[in-house]
Ligand binder design. Structure first.
Ligand code: ZN
Length: 395
């Protein structure tokens, strides 16, 4: 509700924002380099991959600490026009909007006892979700990240939860055809019900169709397999491909790669009428030598295409509005032991590097100046129909 109000508020304020932006642009031309003028990359254009760590060592250590940008004097807000509404600059300063910040794409495998390198217990997964809600994270599907269609309330940080290998713990049904409240899909639905303002049922499930372990074929339980896929999509979640058989895309012939991709996509689309599958998790993070094979192709008249492909590691993802963002190589963070805590702590210490929404999916709001690690990274063009809003950082 709050998000929608702020949303409407933002749209109503679009004209003043545009005027302000023009004023900023004019100022930038007169004053020399500005955030807008520094999009050519530069010494700080390194991707947010793991380097030296400010926290205890871990397999995917957070990036080097960046000093907080020093507060800059805020220019006086534009004089009030006829309407006594909240000034858009002040609004953006209040929510600390930064849509060039980083986004966590979490990677889960088994959701079952006991916890381990490849498994998360149901209780720990439930705790992860509660923690994310408390820290202001809001889930979106992977494809929305890839397309830059990020519709989350103002002040919140988008996060993507992904699940590989379609094991039963990710979405188990009870005898009555309802999701097991101790499986991931049940936990996600319960969170959305308990916190309708702060959580929505969004997550991306990369499924397998034919492997030796029955438990990993479309979440086990063949009698419920089709209903689960239809329900997940109906709830708002995303189904992606993990190939038919967990096939290594760096091996085999082009023919086999096309078969794996085309048949997995078309089989799932046939089960969920009207659904367009768009995302792929490359098994073991292996890509075909000819990467154009994952963009799209044909196998025996079955056409396939993908808009988003995830890696198996790499740290937080760049913003889709960053020069560093590649929708065919989206980085993820595996969640095991205290990996998630480490990253949530990291963004507590470095809120300036975290993507924070302005609440309006049609604008990209960024502070000026940007924190050093994000400078020069604004993409040269934004997705169609989207406008840039730059605001003075303030204090
Ligand atoms: Zn896998």
């Amino acid at each position: 509700m709050t998000g929608m109000d702020e949303n409407q508020c933002c749209r109503r304020l679009l004209l003043p924002v545009v005027l302000m932006l023009l004023a900023l642009l004019v100022g930038a031309c007169a004053d020399g380099p500005s955030g807008l003028a520094t999009t050519g990359g530069g010494p700080t254009s390194a991707p947010p991959t793991a380097t030296a760590s400010p926290v205890p060592p871990s397999p995917t250590s957070p990036p080097t600490a960046t000093p907080d940008p020093s507060p800059t004097p805020t220019p006086p807000p534009p004089t009030a026009t006829t309407e006594p509404t909240v000034d858009p600059t002040i609004f953006l300063q209040q929510v600390q909007a930064n849509e060039l910040g980083w986004i966590l794409v979490l990677e889960y495998h088994l959701i079952e006892e006991p916890g381990g390198r490849w498994s998360r217990t149901p209780d720990n997964f439930r705790r992860d979700v509660e923690q994310l809600i408390a820290a202001g994270y809001y889930p979106i599907n992977l494809i929305d990240l890839a397309r830059g269609q990020i519709d989350v309330p103002a002040g919140k940080t988008p996060i993507v939860l992904t699940f590989d290998d379609s094991s039963s713990g990710q979405c188990r049904y009870l005898e009555d055809g309802q999701p097991d409240p101790d499986s991931a899909c049940g936990i996600l639905l319960a969170a959305a019900q308990a916190h309708p303002q702060d959580w929505q049922p969004r997550a991306t499930f990369f499924v397998l169709l034919d492997v030796d372990l029955d438990d990993r074929i479309l979440f086990g339980q063949p009698e419920w397999a089709e209903k689960k896929l239809q329900d997940l999509v109906g709830w708002g979640m995303e189904i992606g491909s993990h190939t038919i058989s967990h096939y290594r895309l760096d091996q085999g012939t082009e023919e086999k790669i096309r078969w794996q991709l085309a048949v997995s996509e078309n089989t799932i689309e046939a089960i969920v009428p009207g659904y367009e599958l768009q995302s792929l998790s490359a098994p073991l993070g292996m890509y075909p030598e000819d990467e154009s094979l994952i963009h799209g192709g044909v196998w025996e008249e079955q056409v396939y295409d993908f808009e988003a492909v995830v890696e198996v590691a790499g740290g937080p993802s760049a913003s889709p509005f960053s020069l560093n963002f590649d929708p065919y190589h989206i980085r993820r963070n595996q969640v095991f032991e205290d990996e998630l805590d480490i990253w949530l702590d990291y963004f507590e210490i470095h809120p300036e590097l975290r993507y924070i929404s302005d609440g309006d999916p049609l604008t990209v709001s960024i502070p000026h100046p940007l924190p050093e690690r994000l400078q020069g990274l604004l993409a040269e063009s934004l997705p169609e129909g989207m406008a840039l809003r730059q605001y003075p950082l303030g204090q």
